[in-house]
Design a protein around this ligand. Structure first.
Ligand code: HEM
Length: 419
């Protein structure tokens, strides 16, 4: 999907000079022959023409990632560079309020994914409809993914919107895991909105306006901001410098996604082509890690740092032989559960701990599964108890959300659930 960006990249740098610059130079050279007739004004007008043609070309190449579709974008979409993950609590007990919010959110999600903005009310006495900072920046391949937490269905023993009968089968409470040090301020929530894009300003504009549109109906419980980038076509590296997401290729096929990611047939109808988003905010103790030997670092995962190859093999995507990995290596523990998941994690940084001077940084671990009870929780249990990675990490936030199937044109978020 996201290889739609390739068109944009072709239009930018070529051997140190952008195509826009090259076109301008050759156009100006051509004009120069007739300089006597046109003068400087003529040259400037040619430059202006080239800019216009180029902007049009860029706009045509920037189709973005469609918002409407069979499945929600942002789940198996090729990972963008930036991510905002927002969790909301609904402040209303009225289903009509929730529907009104979801209608506004849907309209905005479609607009922002196609590079548009809310149209201005043209009333000087009112705030502008759109905050404006993404004006002209294009789509940035923005995706919006909505998820529903257990508290959307039942809160304080109440079926608040009368939809608990349609609760997804595996939207369970994630039990406390050994080694967890969870903070409620980073955990749970009635709803989540994952906004990803290749342009941070575009992504922020998206999440900011979802928050703004929710005023009076939902408040932000927590908001996380992540980034991850890799050379074209390569697996990105996390802040420990290891390739993160390698095993995703194992299920990167239609059938693979059907088996690993998309909800099973026995789920409520609105979850058809949906998934579950498992989330952990995991602090990474960078200073401790940076003092550990390369051997210790590689033993932690059972993979080589530079190549990403599993122990006993040469290349990143060579088949893992768990028996060759240390018994407490992260990858071995995951493999031994014989389960798969689709991981889409982002790194985060948030300054320095004022007391210790330690860097505040880590991983916004995000995974999508068909059934978190079988694919995800057993892994969390075993990792919490045995993972060598625990020497360097502390889970501080946790949430589980059910992500509905794709939204069709004319429909709004949650329509099949709330109707
Ligand atoms: C800060 C925390 C974490 C870090 C730094 C981390 C890093 C890594 C790395 C470097 C790999 C090897 C390359 C790859 O296949 O992507 C890996 C694999 C994997 N991780 Fe994590 N991970 C973290 C947390 C978690 C958590 C919480 C889970 C789920 C409970 C998890 C599940 C997996 C799985 C399923 C694999 C693939 C194993 C395989 O089949 O080869 N990871 N992780």
């Amino acid at each position: 999907m996201k290889n739609k960006t390739d068109g944009q990249k072709d239009l930018s740098k070529k051997d140190g000079m952008t195509r826009r610059e090259m076109l301008k130079m050759s156009a100006v050279a051509g004009t120069g022959i007739a300089i006597g007739a046109t003068g400087l004004g003529g040259i400037l007008s040619v430059v202006d023409q080239v800019d216009k043609v180029f902007d049009k070309e860029m706009a045509q190449a920037d189709e973005g990632v469609p918002f409407y579709g069979k499945t929600q974008a942002g789940i198996i979409t090729e990972q963008q560079t930036y991510c905002y993950l927002a969790s909301f609590d609904l402040e209303t007990e009225s289903k009509a309020d929730v529907i009104a919010l979801f209608k506004k959110w849907t309209k905005f999600a479609d607009l922002t994914a196609s590079g548009g903005a809310l149209s201005d009310a043209d009333n000087d006495m009112l705030p502008p409809s759109d905050t404006g900072e993404a004006d002209g920046l294009g789509t940035g391949n923005l995706t919006v993914t909505i998820g529903y937490g257990a508290s959307f269905f039942m809160k304080n023993g109440r079926d608040r919107f009368g939809v608990n009968a349609k609760r997804p089968k595996h939207l369970v409470t994630v039990p406390h895991m050994a080694h967890d040090s969870l903070d409620a301020a980073y955990s749970d929530g009635d709803l989540c909105m994952q906004v990803c894009a290749d342009d941070q300003q575009v992504a922020f504009h998206g999440v900011r306006n979802f928050i703004r549109l929710a005023t009076g109906v939902a408040t932000v419980r927590w908001l996380e901001e992540g980034f991850i980038r890799s050379p074209e076509g390569e697996t990105p590296r996390n802040l420990f410098g290891f390739k993160d997401g390698t095993a995703n290729v194992d299920h990167a096929s239609k059938q693979g996604f059907a088996d690993v990611v998309w909800a099973a047939a026995d789920e409520p109808a609105w979850m058809k082509n949906g998934s579950y988003l498992g989330y952990r905010k995991i602090q990474m103790l960078l200073e401790v890690w940076d003092r550990s030997s390369l051997m210790d670092q590689e033993d932690t995962f059972g993979r080589h740092k530079h190549s990403g190859a599993p122990y006993g093999k040469k290349k990143e995507h060579d088949k893992v032989n768990p028996a060759k990995l240390p018994t407490d290596a992260h990858v071995r523990l995951a493999k031994d559960t014989k389960q798969q998941m689709h991981r889409r994690a982002y790194s985060y940084t948030s300054g320095v701990d004022a007391k210790t001077g330690r860097l505040e940084a880590g991983l916004l671990f995000i995974c999508f599964t068909q059934n978190p009870e079988t694919q995800y929780l057993p892994m969390l249990h075993v990792m919490g108890k045995m993972d060598k990675l625990n020497e360097y990490t502390i889970p501080i936030g946790n949430a589980l959300f059910a992500c509905q199937g794709g939204i069709q044109a004319g429909e709004y978020f949650g329509q099949a659930l709330l109707q």
